[in-house]
Structures are given as structure tokens and as C-alpha cells.
Design a protein around this ligand. Structure first.
Ligand code: MG
Length: 317
């Protein structure tokens, strides 16, 4: 089977590294961030942001993280209808429908929670939201996110789910995957928004895809969930419907606010991401508040925990 190449941001690549933490290879490939091997796929992520998937599962494995880009000039997002095996298309004109969109933030950040927001945008409000500056949150800095979020939170019905670090570590420790946590949070957020806007029903529900739809619904087995025929998934969904862009902005806003709260508790500015700066910050936290303070600040299973401890031990010796 063929290879798939994705172009991803470093936050995503760090998230992947944690996701594949049990399957990492001890290979030092020049320019790489990590290499991992699942039973039927070899994954190599490079500092350039390129991630190479090789093997029989390359397509499905890559599908968890994004749609292919390298060498493919088209930026068309990959869209899949919730129903497994259904025609892989979004309804035409979905961008102009009254829709619920959902997205999450924080999955690749060592510090802070996972925040998931589902937001309902009526078609009549699309021009207004555009006017207010709602667009792909990746193009917006924190300051801009905050100012837009403060305005749209009163325009757009939404629901925010925050999986705090304590709880995150608890469920992660009991064996739940991040994918399942996200599926549960997205589902809860969407159900809450549906409740809020009832009896109005959205013309579409669009989830920024983080996993194959079949896996998503598998995670929700036993839960009250929206029928899969009514849910659409797409990577880069922020560019497809403003409801996802609005959800993303509101989720990021909640995440920023939470990080501010953590910074206050820590007594210094908590960094985002999963790079070397968070190792240093966590070490600082351990030195001032003890190792036992970590679970309420970080995602413990990240490799950063050990790195922070190594810094602490070096300082203590
Ligand atoms: Mg997303």
C-alpha cells in the first residue's frame, strides 16, 4: 500500500508522540521528532512538520491526524459522513446552513485541560460572525482570540466541556485513550447545544475530525449519542463552516483562561505546548510546590513529566 504524508503543526506532532508513546522506536533518524511502529504502519515525524505514514494501515492511521497535503496541490479537506461506508461527501452548501460545529483544544499541551466547545451558528448570523472576525483560529493570536470570543459568546449558543487535569489524569490512568475522551466530550457538548436551541434543530452537525467516524461511534457505545447519519466529520472543518471556527475560538479562549488560572496558582507564567519550555516550567513547579502538585496542572502521561523530574534531580544533586 502507498505512503501518506501529512503536514502538521508541532503541537499536533507532540500529541502524536504521546499517542504512540508505547510504540516509539529507538531510532535516531536525522531531522525527525519521533518514529513509531504500529502493527501495520510505520510513522516518522519530522521537525519540518512532515509526517510520513508507511504500510498497509498508512491511510487509516494518517486519517486520525489530518488529510494528506504533501505533493497534493489541492487543499481540499477530507470529509466523511458519520455513517461508516456512506458516501464520503458533505452535503452541498453545508457552509451556508444553520449548523452546530465542534472542536477541541489542549490535547497536545502538557499543561492545562482539554476544552471542547460545540457552537450553533444560524445561517442568518454567518455574515455577522464574519464581520466580527471569526475565521480559522490557527490564523489568530491569543489576543485576537480573546477579543473575538468575548463578543461571540453572547451571539452564539454554545456549550463548553472542560476536562480538568485531575480528572484527565484519573481517566487516563484507568486506561482511557485521549481519542475516547475527546469523543465523549464532543458528544456531550453537542447534546447540550441541541438542548439549548431546542425546539430548533440544526440543518447539520459538523465535527472537526480527530478520528475515523467509525472509531468515534465505537467510543460512544453505551452513551446517549446523536445518530451517526446526522453527524458529519471533516478535517480542517474550521474552513468549512463558521460554527466550527467559532467553536474553536471559544475552546481556545476557555483554554487560555484556564492557563491563566494555572499561572496564578503556580506564581509564574505557564507555557503552552509540549516543548522544552514546559519541562522547565514543570520542574520549577515541582521545586516550589512538590511533585504532588503536578496532577492538577499537567497531563501526567506525557513524556514531559519524566523530563521535568530529570531537571529537578539534576538541580537537587
Ligand atoms: Mg480540531
Amino acid at each position: 500500500m502507498g505512503n501518506v504524508v501529512l503536514n502538521l503543526e508541532m503541537v499536533k506532532i507532540n500529541e502524536m508522540k504521546n499517542y504512540y508513546s508505547k510504540q516509539l522506536l529507538d531510532k535516531n533518524i536525522p531531522g525527525s521528532v519521533f518514529a513509531a511502529k504500529t502493527p501495520a504502519c510505520m510513522i516518522t515525524a519530522y521537525k519540518s512538520g512532515k509526517v510520513l505514514f508507511q504500510g498497509n494501515d498508512s491511510e487509516s492511521e494518517a486519517g486520525k491526524w489530518g488529510s494528506s497535503a504533501a505533493g497534493v496541490p489541492s487543499k481540499k479537506p477530507s470529509a466523511v459522513k458519520g455513517k461508516a461506508g456512506a458516501k464520503g461527501d458533505l452535503p452541498s452548501g453545508i457552509g451556508g446552513m444553520s449548523a452546530i460545529g465542534s472542536d477541541e483544544v489542549g490535547t497536545g499541551d502538557f499543561f492545562g485541560p482539554i476544552t471542547v466547545v460545540a457552537a450553533y451558528v444560524r445561517k442568518e448570523d454567518i455574515p455577522l460572525l464574519k464581520e466580527l472576525g471569526v475565521r480559522d483560529s490557527k490564523d489568530l493570536n491569543d489576543e485576537k482570540i480573546i477579543s473575538i470570543a468575548k463578543v461571540i459568546k453572547d451571539v452564539v449558543p454554545f456549550s463548553l466541556m472542560t476536562l480538568k487535569n485531575e480528572k484527565y489524569n484519573q481517566v487516563q490512568g484507568s486506561g482511557m485513550s485521549q481519542g475516547k475522551m475527546k469523543a465523549l466530550l464532543h458528544n456531550q457538548a453537542i447534546l447540550k447545544v441541541l438542548e439549548k436551541i431546542s425546539p430548533v434543530k440544526p440543518e447539520a452537525i459538523l465535527i472537526d475530525q480527530f478520528v475515523q467516524p467509525s472509531t468515534y461511534f465505537q467510543h460512544l457505545k453505551g452513551q446517549k449519542a446523536i445518530a451517526n447519519k446526522d453527524v458529519y466529520f471533516s478535517t480542517k472543518a474550521e474552513g468549512i463552516h463558521l460554527a466550527v471556527a467559532a467553536a474553536s475560538i471559544l475552546a481556545r479562549y476557555a483554554f487560555i483562561q484556564y492557563i491563566d488560572k494555572l499561572s496564578e496558582a503556580a506564581g509564574f507564567k505557564i507555557p503552552k505546548g509540549a516543548g522544552a519550555q514546559v519541562d522547565v516550567a514543570a520542574a520549577k513547579l515541582i521545586l516550589s510546590k512538590g511533585r504532588e502538585s503536578l496532577p492538577s496542572f499537567v497531563k501526567l502521561h506525557f513524556a514531559n513529566t519524566d523530563k521535568a523530574m530529570a531537571i529537578v534531580n539534576k538541580k537537587r544533586n
